[in-house]
Design a protein around this ligand. Structure first.
Ligand code: AHR
Length: 663
């Protein structure tokens, strides 16, 4: 197979850049509100999370210290020795792998002079984002040497080296213990660093040197960045897919994601390299590791917090086929299968079971109600089918209620896709509940594929559009932009997803997060730096669909046809049986302002006013940014309804959601 990450030819923009503001004669649409066609699955609009682009460490996981346990390949990466006023000493990395294989290294700091100060500084993840007046929690595992009495002075400094927060700690005794101290920052700084000064003669051992803001999501100690989680919660997502993505597979099987190594006490979680560390020559990120402070317990908890079904994806005995493509022999898959069985027990089992007890001990006695499990990420070939069948047999035998997600590989068409799609659909010796499809394609592809699912087998497996995003230049090109044309084209495509909600039950844009200074892959839905986060136009499109889902699809027709691009129009409609509303989504991809008349059939009456939410830009290459985070964001106005008719004027290049109460 050709490399996915090799670029494909840049396609010319399919849409016109200028807009024509003179409105044309109104088109007449009919909405058949009393003809519900399909139930919209509560999981329809969800989220894909992967630790790519500093999504977890350096991103949503609020730890500010990089390489807190000295386990990076270069143990002092992110750290530097510090001296002032004649201070002298040594820093020596020790390895105790015999007694602590998950976290073998620690640092021995020896102070050698009564004069001045000696210590070490941590640079954070592209600096540390610090906010004036906020509290910060410093913690460290430490032990004194016999006869030593070394105190620690913690100093936060800004980019100029000026102090913006201090604290002191006096560890005692020669047993490992955790010490904590909190302090308040005196200034806001996006590029702070943290110095740990040691005072007093002797030696002290240090490990897990950590700094967290106190104002994490739900104020959980050692938790997640509240602003980033809030953006997710605001979307009211139906599910959260985690932990990826290719990260599930690993470049090698040794580097695959193993959920059991991500649970329990943070200091006992075994760090590994992040596979995106050196994936792209154009964006090398040698300091990218996975500390697993955000581990499977936290992913389940996050899902619960934001009202999303947890959707874990597990390694199926295959490493990433874009890298080594290593496979586990079929007769040696047991540990992988056991991981899957144990994960279900971890999520759903009672406290009397081994893994249910761990979840309980970690603070969540109630089950997480896991319902879905993905077997493999972007696998292809016979070797996937062989392995899927082994997983399916074992999982069905013990947990027949869990819906299994299989994959058709990285592309939405071509020989690999066709082989897997055909094979999965025709297998009679294994159950196939949901098939995961991925599409990273040009904007034009999205507009042209709004009818993709119209012809899918209504009785076959459900579809999970598990990763998709319009690419403005080429797959994984560093020049891709989250421009309005991409988001508008995705919206056009999404009306096709919604119209086919009887087949498509789960969808998610990918990737989710990117750090402005630490990304490898673009486009991404939400961009962050150390202090700020903003949603792209694609974010607002996703949010418009997920917060206006409705419960049942109803037909919306133009000249008795589904609206799939005629005159640049794309449309879908749902009713919400819980709120008695009609929800109409209309995308105008043309460069013309268009007047559209909608006749709503099959309702006794519509309330006098509805709301029209609009997302638009005059410029197809417009993006949001830290400076203009809401350059493209929704606006809302009221619209009058006459009888069962509503007229809307649709701006050029616009996504429109109309909601009205019915009776
Ligand atoms: O979303 C980025 C990557 O794209 C995912 O890790 C992978 O599944 C796909 O190739």
């Amino acid at each position: 197979m050709a490399s996915k990450f090799a670029s494909f030819a840049a396609l010319a923009l399919g849409l016109t850049m200028s807009v024509n503001v003179s409105a044309q004669k109104a088109q007449s649409f009919v909405v058949k509100a009393n003809q519900p066609k399909a139930t919209v699955a509560p999981t329809m609009w969800g989220l894909f999370f992967e630790d790519i682009n500093l999504g977890a460490d350096g991103g949503i996981y609020a730890e500010l210290v990089k390489n807190r346990s000295f386990e990076f390949y270069n143990p002092m990466m992110g750290w530097k020795e510090q001296k002032r006023g004649g201070g002298e000493g040594t820093l020596l990395v020790h390895n105790r792998s015999e007694v602590n294989p998950a976290n073998p290294r620690f640092l021995r700091l020896q102070v050698k002079s009564d004069q001045g100060d000696y210590g070490l500084i941590n640079e954070g993840f592209r600096g540390m984002g610090i906010k004036q007046g906020n509290q910060y929690d410093f913690s460290v595992m430490a032990r004194q040497h016999e006869g030593s009495k070394v105190a620690l002075n913690i100093e936060l400094v800004n980019a100029k080296g000026e102090k913006i927060g201090t604290a002191t700690l006096a560890p005692s005794g020669n047993e490992w213990k955790k010490y904590n101290v909190s302090f308040t920052a005196t200034a806001t700084e996006p590029k702070a660093q943290m110095i740990v000064w040691a005072k007093g003669k002797g030696a002290i051992d240090l490990d897990m040197i950590s700094l967290f803001p106190k104002d994490t999501w739900k104020n959980r100690p050692g938790g997640l960045r509240a602003d980033m989680v809030q953006l997710l919660a605001d979307m009211k997502p139906g599910f959260l897919r985690f932990p990826g993505g290719c990260i599930v597979e690993g470049r090698t099987l040794d580097e695959r994601f193993q959920w059991k190594k991500t649970v329990g006490k943070p200091e006992e979680r075994e760090l590994i390299v992040n596979r995106w560390n050196t994936e792209f020559n154009h964006r090398p990120t040698p300091d990218y590791y996975q500390s697993f402070g955000l581990g499977f317990f936290e992913y389940f908890q996050l899902s619960e917090d934001i009202g999303a079904e947890p959707v874990p994806i597990l390694n199926c005995g295959m490493a990433c086929q874009f890298n080594t493509g290593e496979v586990v022999p079929l007769d040696q898959l047991d540990p992988y299968i056991q991981d899957a069985l144990d994960l279900i027990e971890f999520a759903n089992g009672p406290a009397t079971t081994k893994w249910g007890k761990l979840r309980t001990d970690m603070g969540h006695p109630a089950p997480f109600n896991l319902k879905y499990l993905g077997i493999g990420n972007e696998q292809w070939g016979e070797q996937y089918i062989e392995r899927y069948k082994v997983f399916e047999k074992a999982l069905t035998a013990k947990y027949p209620e869990i819906q299994l997600i299989s994959t058709t590989g990285p592309f939405p068409d071509g020989p690999e896709f066709e082989y897997l799609d055909k094979t999965l659909r025709s297998m009679n010796d294994a159950r196939v509940d949901v098939i995961d499809e991925h599409y990273y394609r040009p904007a034009k592809w999205f507009r042209e594929n709004a009818t993709r699912y119209d012809s899918y087998d209504r009785k076959g497996p459900k579809i999970f559009a598990g990763e998709y995003a319009a690419q403005s230049v080429a797959i994984a090109s560093p020049d891709n932009k989250n421009s309005w044309e991409m988001a508008l084209s995705e919206a056009a495509f999404m009306t096709g997803l919604e119209r086919n909600a009887d087949v498509v039950t789960m969808t998610s844009y990918a990737p989710l997060f990117a750090h402005a200074e630490g990304w490898q892959w673009t486009p991404d839905m939400i961009w962050v730096d150390n202090l700020r986060a903003y949603g792209t136009p694609n974010y607002y499109v996703q949010k418009l669909f997920s917060t206006n889902a409705g419960t049942n699809v109803v037909p919306v027709l133009l000249g008795n046809q589904a609206v799939t691009g005629q005159d640049g129009y794309y449309a879908s409609a749902t009713i919400d049986k819980k709120t008695n509303e009609l929800i109409l989504k209309v995308v105008n991809t043309s460069d013309k302002a268009q007047n559209a008349d909608f006749t709503i059939e099959g309702v006794k009456r519509l309330q006098g006013k509805g709301t029209h939410t609009e997302l638009t830009s005059q410029k197809l290459d417009q993006v949001n940014s830290f400076e203009e985070p809401k350059a493209i964001s929704p606006t809302q106005k009221q619209v009058n309804v006459k009888g069962n008719k509503v007229s809307m004027s649709l701006k050029p290049h616009s996504v429109n959601v109309f909601r009205v109460k019915t009776s």
